[in-house]
Design a protein around this ligand. Structure first.
Ligand SMILES: Nc1ncnc2c1ncn2[C@@H]1O[C@H](COP(=O)(O)OP(=O)(O)OP(=O)(O)O)[C@@H](O)[C@H]1O
Ligand SMILES: [Mg+2]
Length: 402
């Protein structure tokens, strides 16, 4: 069928035509927005799970829900930093400070006007000082005279203090407009220990001091652990939501709903085949759905189309999703991954991996650390390693020995 009309959207962070199976989390977020608008606080949330399960699109749906109510929203990716922001520190790793500052610029510009209330004017001044803390060359012009405004001082260089001041003042300014501030941080496991500690401290202060703020973090399954290492109270601070593959009925909806909207019908057998072949993983459902659609003709996706589509989907994942990760590993790291693959997706004790390679655990530390830094594996618990990508073990099994 017409690829132009193809409604499936495989790819990192691409909004699916039907976002299914996450009603509970979205409803909880909506309740949080309502609570803050009524002067109550809401618990910050952590979304964690494997690659491709839909953390980013869920986080983006949180952003849309907040933005639709006119909230001030900053959605950033840790470890990536801002698109602008100039001198945001040495090296390739941009700071969370710069990312948050830049993300707030546009929403603040939207609110700024000469008739703004004193809290909003203070917020603008504080945002300017925060900007100056990471970008000495650039500045913002809100087109408003801030001469008499309070605020400022978010430029001490101590992230925890500066971020707290920024969030406090911007949320107070937002409250003056009848809304709140939503702070969304994706790939949070890539934040530095300092950055994680600052995020925890801000979320903590927001709850204690009734700031109109909602915080959501998303990241790999290691995120709860790295947060607890950054601040011991993190365990009790956040609501932890594990994001997983979709249950069968939701997986069916992820395939069928986008097609129905285009007047296209999936036969039961075709849906069943694809749901089984994908294990309900959202990324795989989108990829396989796309291939099946392209294969089918005349408004029906039948069993034979699904068979071909599933094979093409698998090949596409092998060539892209899996291959891109595999190729990122050095040959020594690939040997480590191969030794892990014997355990499937469940995870492997590091000692076991070392034994299989005939090596000492300590001598494999650098390979292991590098694989973690590259986001290919994570440590679900002490002394255990697991793949961040579902199906990676099977993929490795299909690779010719190097
Ligand atoms: N609830 C859902 N229903 C249907 N499709 C979904 C759902 N969630 C995610 N997807 C699809 O799955 C793919 C991966 O989503 P997303 O990028 O949000 O995953 P992720 O968990 O953030 O992955 P990563 O860890 O690689 O960043 C996208 O193609 C998206 O459209
Ligand atoms: Mg993501």
């Amino acid at each position: 069928m017409d690829p132009v009309a193809n409604p499936y959207a495989p790819g990192a962070g691409r909004t699916p035509a039907a976002l299914v199976g996450r009603d509970r989390q979205r409803e909880a977020w909506r309740v949080g927005l309502d609570r803050v608008e009524r002067g109550r606080t809401a618990q910050p949330v952590v979304l964690y799970g494997l690659r491709g399960v839909g953390k980013t699109v869920l986080l983006s749906s949180f952003r849309s829900a907040a933005a639709a109510r006119g909230w001030v929203v900053a959605q950033v990716e840790a470890g990536r930093g801002s698109s602008g922001g100039g001198a945001s520190g040495a090296g390739s790793r941009a700071s969370l400070r710069g990312a948050i500052g830049e993300a707030l610029h546009a929403p603040l510009v939207d609110l700024a006007r000469p008739s703004a209330g004193r809290r909003l004017l203070a917020a603008l001044r504080t945002a300017l000082s925060f900007k100056a803390s990471y970008d000495t060359a650039g500045t913002w012009n809100f087109g408003v005279d801030l001469g008499d405004a309070k605020g400022g001082g978010a430029d001490t260089g101590v992230l925890e203090a500066d971020l707290a001041k920024l969030v406090r003042d911007v949320s107070a300014g937002a409250a003056e407009e009848g809304v709140g501030l939503a702070l969304l941080v994706d790939e949070a496991q890539d934040a530095t220990a300092d950055e994680l500690a600052a995020l925890c401290a801000v979320a903590h202060a927001a709850g204690q001091q009734d700031w109109p703020v909602l915080v959501a973090l998303a990241g790999l399954p290691s995120l709860p652990r790295v947060l607890a290492e950054a601040k011991s109270y993190a365990e009790r601070l956040f609501v932890y939501e594990r994001i997983e593959q979709l249950p069968p009925d939701a997986a069916v909806q992820a395939l069928v709903a986008p097609a129905v909207a285009e007047g296209v019908h999936w036969t039961d057998g075709a849906v069943e085949l694809v749901v089984a072949a994908t294990g309900g993983y959202p990324y795989f459902l989108q990829q396989f759905g796309q291939e099946c659609w392209n294969e089918a003709e005349g408004g029906t996706i039948a069993h034979a189309d699904a068979r071909v589509g599933a094979a093409r989907g698998r090949a596409a994942l092998d060539d892209g999703f899996f291959r891109s990760r595999w190729d990122r590993a050095t040959s020594a790291e690939q040997a480590y991954l191969r030794a892990m693959a014997a355990d499937g997706d469940a995870g492997s004790p590091s000692g076991e991996v070392a034994a299989r390679l005939g090596r000492k655990v300590a001598s494999l530390g650098p390979a292991r650390a590098s694989l973690i830094a590259k986001g290919l594996v994570y440590a679900p618990e002490h002394g255990v390693v697991a793949f961040t990508v579902p199906g990676m073990a099977d993929f490795i099994g299909r690779q010719p020995a190097g």
